[in-house]
Design a protein around this ligand. Structure first.
Ligand code: 6GU
Length: 241
């Protein structure tokens, strides 16, 4: 996979692309990441990429010409282009899975008060990473890159992404490691039992209860597998006893 980032601040990405799982994935050739400095496409003497909004109001708006020239310099037939915008479609794990199948992703990052609205129709999608406002799209684009790259074949151990929170519509069960007793705070006995079926049942139960408590919206939407349903019925039964 190739990822191209269009930004005024490529230096913001340097630690991100050289560290940990993302750094290794790039080194191993699982993904290549390149940057386009939007300002390089500004033609006036002062390299202006933004101007005052028509109709008045606060801030500056990113101009069509430098942004679209930058975008067109990297777009190909296989590119999927996304504009980082708090007014975009909300990003999800399902979207990350879909993007992990693409050959080339373009992430367009703005600053100031956003982009001239005429730019919108030149990208495949506007994407928001959540209901809050960032000063620029760079952090959002790193969120997208991180969530996509870790799903690529070979980036992390096979199978380790499958039981995570959001992958099956539920939050993940709690995990523990050594020591089994930390200053009197003990790991649940069942996890030390070596009884795999019982451990799986406990984990599914925790996953269901945690999701219902923390994310009732996810729990409502979730269709239980027959196994989950069996465990859920058991929980209900225990509650009624
Ligand atoms: Cl993608 N961009 C900006 N500027 N703010 C955001 C966002 C994106 N997603 C949530 N807030």
């Amino acid at each position: 996979m190739r990822i191209t980032v269009l930004t005024l601040f490529p230096e913001m990405y340097q630690d991100f692309i050289s560290t940990s799982i993302i750094g290794r994935a790039i080194k191993n050739g699982i993904v290549s990441v390149d940057f386009v400095q939007i300002r390089d496409f500004a033609h006036d003497h002062y390299k202006h990429v933004d101007d005052k909004p028509f109709g008045g109001g606060y801030g500056q708006v990113m101009k069509c010409q430098p942004v679209l020239d930058a975008l067109n310099s990297v777009k190909t037939e296989v590119s999927y282009s996304m504009m980082m915008s708090p007014a975009g479609n909300v990003y999800t794990q399902a979207k990350a899975r879909a993007l992990s199948q693409k050959d080339h992703i373009i992430l367009l990052c703005g600053h100031y008060e956003g982009f001239d609205a005429r730019i919108n129709k030149h990208v495949d999608e506007l994407v928001s990473i959540g209901d809050y406002v960032l000063t620029g799209g760079e952090m959002a684009s790193m969120v997208i890159m991180d969530s996509v790259i870790r799903l690529l074949e070979g980036a992390i151990r096979q199978g380790s992404t499958e039981e995570e929170s959001h992958e099956n519509g539920l939050l993940e069960y709690p995990q523990y490691t050594q020591p089994a007793d930390y200053q009197g705070d003990k790991v649940p006995d069942i996890l030390l039992s070596g009884h795999h079926a019982k451990i799986q049942e406990w984990r599914t139960k925790q996953s269901l209860l945690l999701t219902k408590q923390v994310r009732p919206d996810m729990f409502e939407k979730h269709t239980m597998t027959p196994y989950e349903k069996k465990i859920w019925d058991k929980i209900q039964q225990e509650e009624n006893e």
